[in-house]
Design a protein around this ligand. Structure first.
Ligand SMILES: [Zn+2]
Length: 70
């Protein structure tokens, strides 16, 4: 069963992905939005997975530094 666009009710042949930003707690984060190829309606938005990797790296460095201070 194929999904239909909630705006134009077409079954998009493909979905366009574009970079965008979302604001979380006042901090701008990279995200990806998925657009209907027929009418450009936004179908979905998700965090850029690369952004999550950067977050994880930052947290690991912070945790390791705090461990070294003990
Ligand atoms: Zn559409």
């Amino acid at each position: 069963m194929k999904g239909t666009c909630p705006r134009c009710e077409e079954q998009p042949k493909s979905v366009q992905a574009e970079t965008t930003h979302v604001i979380v707690g006042g901090r701008e984060r990279k995200a990806i939005q998925f657009l209907c190829s027929s009418c450009q309606a936004i179908l979905s938005v998700q965090f850029d997975p690369r952004e999550r990797d950067i977050d994880l790296s930052e947290r690991l460095v912070r945790d390791l530094r705090s461990q070294l201070r003990r």
